[in-house]
Design a protein around this ligand. Structure first.
Ligand code: ZN
Length: 511
């Protein structure tokens, strides 16, 4: 291996090793750190972030990258090394284009705005949050300007590209607009159905310790390596794949609704399997030569989310899953579930109804919540919508797309934390995840025709192997769009998701 390339990879590996400690500190903050540790921890994490940023943007990285790019033997587009260099360049430019002062100001305003947002949401007081949101949008416009976008695009593209490389607002609009019309139509049919879905089977009291043991048994059967990961409890579940051989999941338990924890565990495990499947670990169990470089990193938030949604919704909400999981849970939970059968669970976990809160939404309506946020944040950045008019625009879209009346801003435009700390362009990746998951799922079922039979028997090895080899192993070698075409034979489309949701509506509601 040429020395410049080896040195470049080694510098990036060092940055990743530091980053794994920063992530460990954040994980600890969310799980076990005592309350009074918060102030010092915030300083440690900020210092680590500075050190990592300095390493990733150091002039030496720039020099080595330029030297590698001048070596035709390394840069051939179709090779893994060529792809790695393409993506290292991408990261380096992103990290160096935004001045450190602006990064620091966004972080500072973001943490203050988040505190204000918490109080504003509690009191449903939009006027309190308004000046902070105006300030944050100004900062995001400046950031977008530094990052730049393709000719003919818009500022929003620059921010979206941070989470979903290559995606554009116009491209999303082209996929989302027809999807929205057909989802509202599907929702209308579901609402008009006379079918009554019984959900009593979800309201069973189960001890959290038993729920935890059950969750571990399920994800272990699915192939999550518990000797290279663990599951803990937090208010907001997440997955952190911070080092080779160390992927942490968190979940939360509600005693009266055991399926809540089950689905959040399955969701995070889907992220976790992706992290465990990336080529981060060397033969000796330590970091691989690629660790810290794009070839050992996930492609985009949309692709990451496709993995979590697949296990949560396509596997976990299927009839086959309940055929296997119900007898297993009856064994674990004793008599509590004895009255119910797999069919009842399948219907109960697939109900669809319009609601006000995104994080509580079902599989069908969820995407409508996302589209509302996409349209609004795009209009805010363009200046087509003034911040003072945000509540009105929000409530109008909820009425139009979901048919619900928003009673107050707490349950309306103040419900999500994202905008307070500057996450603009992030929301669409949730729906992209659903779309990619559906398209991959159709292909998986063609490649493994008896997959449902396997799932009903608790066999997940063929599915996991498919995901490992077709998606996880490549890291960022392909862009999300290229990977989709390569794996499924077609560019991303909303048809597979619509087919999936329509089939469920038919089974559950007879429409
Ligand atoms: Zn997720």
């Amino acid at each position: 291996m040429p020395t410049a390339y080896a040195e470049l990879c080694s510098l990036l590996k060092h940055a990743a090793l530091l980053d794994s400690l920063a992530q460990l500190a954040s994980w600890d903050q969310e799980t076990y750190m005592p309350e009074k540790g918060a102030a010092a921890r915030a300083e440690s994490v900020a210092l680590l972030a500075t050190l990592i940023h300095e390493r990733r943007t150091s002039p030496r990285v720039g020099e080595l990258l330029a030297a590698c790019e001048g070596d035709a033997g390394l840069t051939a587009a179709e090779t893994p090394t060529g792809a790695n260099l393409r993506e290292i360049r991408r990261d380096y430019d992103k990290h160096t284009k935004v001045p450190a002062e602006l990064v620091a100001e966004i972080a500072k305003v973001g943490s203050q705005a988040q505190e204000v947002w918490k109080k504003a949401r509690e009191g449903s007081d939009f006027a309190m949050f308004r000046p902070w949101l105006e300030r944050m949008i100004g900062l995001q416009r400046r950031k977008a300007e530094c990052l730049g976008h393709a000719p003919g695009g818009e500022a929003y593209d620059a921010l979206l590209d941070l989470y979903e490389p290559g995606a554009t607002a116009a491209g999303l609009e082209a996929v989302f607009t027809p999807l929205r019309a057909r989802l509202t139509d599907l929702l209308g049919r579901v609402r008009g159905s006379k079918a009554k879905v019984r959900t009593r089977c979800l309201e069973v009291k189960i001890d959290p310790a038993a729920q935890h043991a059950f969750g571990l048994a399920v994800i272990e059967a699915m192939g999550f390596d518990l000797t290279a990961g663990r599951v803990d409890t937090t208010t907001h579940p997440f997955c952190s794949g911070f080092a080779p051989g160390d992927t942490r999941l968190t979940t939360r338990y509600r005693e009266a609704h055991f399926t809540d924890a089950l689905y959040s565990t399955l969701h995070e495990m889907g992220h976790g399997l992706y992290e465990q499947g990336l080529p981060k670990m060397g033969k000796d169990g330590g970091p691989s030569d690629l660790y810290g470089t794009p070839l050992a990193d996930s492609i985009s938030l949309g692709i990451h989310e496709s993995q979590s949604r697949m296990w949560e919704n396509f596997v976990g909400r299927s009839k086959a899953f309940w055929k296997w999981a119900l007898p297993k849970s009856k064994k674990q939970f004793g008599k509590a579930l004895s009255k119910f059968d797999a069919k009842e669970y399948f219907a109960a976990v697939n109900t669809a109804a319009p609601s006000l809160i995104r994080v509580e939404a079902d599989e069908t309506t969820y995407n409508l919540h996302v589209m509302i946020r996409f349209e609004i944040e795009r209009a805010l950045l363009r200046g087509d919508l003034a911040v003072k008019d945000l509540p009105g625009a929000w409530n109008g879209k909820y009425k139009e797309y979901l048919g619900v009346k928003v009673p107050d801003d707490r349950r309306g435009c103040l419900q999500d934390v994202h905008w307070s700390f500057g996450l603009f362009g992030y929301f669409p990746t949730y729906t992209l995840g659903n779309l990619y998951a559906a398209q991959f799922w159709e292909k998986i079922n063609q490649d493994i025709p008896d997959l449902n039979k396997q799932i009903a028997k608790g066999r997940f090895d063929a599915l996991k192997k498919w995901l490992n080899t077709k998606i996880h192993a490549h890291g960022r070698r392909y862009t999300a769009g290229d990977l989709c075409t390569r794996v499924t034979g077609a560019p991303l489309s909303s048809e597979p998701l619509l087919r999936h949701l329509s089939a469920k509506a038919e089974q559950v509601y007879g429409v």
